[in-house]
Design a protein around this ligand. Structure first.
Ligand SMILES: Nc1ncnc2c1ncn2[C@@H]1O[C@H](COP(=O)(O)OP(=O)(O)OP(=O)(O)O)[C@@H](O)[C@H]1O
Ligand SMILES: [Mg+2]
Length: 236
C-alpha cells in the first residue's frame, strides 16, 4: 500500500485494522465500514473516536440507530472517560430527513479541533423510509442519499476530516456469486467511498473472533484481510 502522507490517519487501537488501513482511518476521504450485525462496526468506530479524543480531537457521532452506548465507551475509556466524554458529540436523527438536515448543518459546527465524523449507520433511516411499491419516493430517497454522500465527501476534503460511514449488509440471492454479502445501497457507497472495510464472522464460528477485509482501497489492488477479537476492552 502506498500511504498518502498528506492525509492524517486516525487509529482504532485494533492492530489488525490499523495495519490494514496503513495506520488508521484516513482524513480527506469517506471510509465505508460494512458488515452483519454484531461484527463490530460500532465498536471500531467508537474506538477511533476515543483514540482521537485522547489526543484532544473532537468527533461528531451521528447515531441513527439509537445505539450509541455511553456504557460501552466507559468500558473502553475506563479512567479516561471524564476526560474524553466531552469531545464526542452525539446527534440522533429520528428519520431520514432529519439525517439530511444534520449533515447539511454540520459545517456550521466544524472547528479546527473536529477531526472525525461518524455516521452509524447510513442506511438505517433510509431503509425505514423505503416504500416497497413506491418508485417515486424511492427515487427521491436515493437522490437524497447521494446528496448526503456528496456533502460528506466535500466536508472530508475541505476540512481534512476522516469520515467513517457504517452500513448494514444484505445477502444476494445467487448462491454462486462469491460476493454474496453486499452493503446496502452498494452502488452509491462504491461511488463515493475510497476505502471500504468489510467486517464479518470467521467460517468457524467463535463468539469473540471477527475478520476484517479491505475490499477497496484507492491505493492498492489486492484485497487484504486479518482477524481480530472483541472483548470487554473493545476490539484488539
Ligand atoms: N461488553 C462487551 N464485551 C464483550 N463483547 C461485547 C461487549 N459488548 C458488545 N460485545 C460484542 O460486540 C458485538 C457488537 O459489536 P457492535 O455493536 O460494534 O456490532 P455492529 O456491527 O455495530 O452491530 P449492529 O449492526 O447490530 O449495530 C456483539 O455481538 C458482542 O459480541
Ligand atoms: Mg452498530
Amino acid at each position: 500500500m502506498v500511504i498518502n502522507l498528506k492525509n492524517q490517519h486516525y487509529p482504532t487501537g485494533c492492530k489488525c485494522i490499523d495495519n490494514l488501513l496503513g495506520g488508521g482511518f484516513e482524513s480527506q476521504i469517506v471510509n465505508h465500514i460494512y458488515g452483519e450485525s454484531g461484527t463490530g462496526k460500532s465498536i471500531i468506530t467508537l474506538q477511533c473516536a476515543y483514540k482521537a479524543a485522547l489526543k484532544g480531537f473532537t468527533t461528531f457521532y451521528i447515531d441513527t440507530e439509537k445505539a450509541f452506548s455511553a456504557t460501552r465507551l466507559k468500558q473502553i475509556a475506563q479512567n479516561n472517560f471524564s476526560k474524553i466524554g466531552k469531545l464526542i458529540f452525539v446527534y440522533a436523527p429520528l428519520n431520514f430527513s432529519q439525517q439530511m438536515k444534520i449533515i447539511q448543518k454540520l459545517e456550521k459546527f466544524i472547528t479546527k479541533n473536529v477531526k472525525i465524523i461518524i455516521l452509524d449507520t447510513i442506511s438505517a433511516l433510509y431503509s425505514a423510509s423505503f416504500g416497497i411499491d413506491d418508485s417515486k419516493r424511492n427515487y427521491k430517497l436515493s437522490k437524497q442519499l447521494n446528496h448526503q454522500m456528496a456533502e460528506l465527501v466535500r466536508l472530508a476534503e475541505n476540512y481534512d476530516l476522516a469520515i467513517l460511514v457504517n452500513n448494514q449488509v444484505r445477502s444476494r440471492i445467487s448462491a454462486e456469486d462469491p460476493q454474496r454479502i453486499v452493503p446496502f445501497n452498494r452502488n452509491i457507497l462504491d461511488h463515493w467511498c475510497k476505502v471500504q472495510l468489510f467486517l464479518t464472522f470467521p467460517e468457524k464460528m467463535d463468539m469473540k473472533k471477527r475478520e476484517a477485509i479491505l475490499t477497496k482501497h484507492y491505493n492498492q489492488q489486492d484485497e487484504k484481510s486479518c482477524s481480530f477479537i472483541i472483548s470487554n476492552e473493545g476490539c484488539q
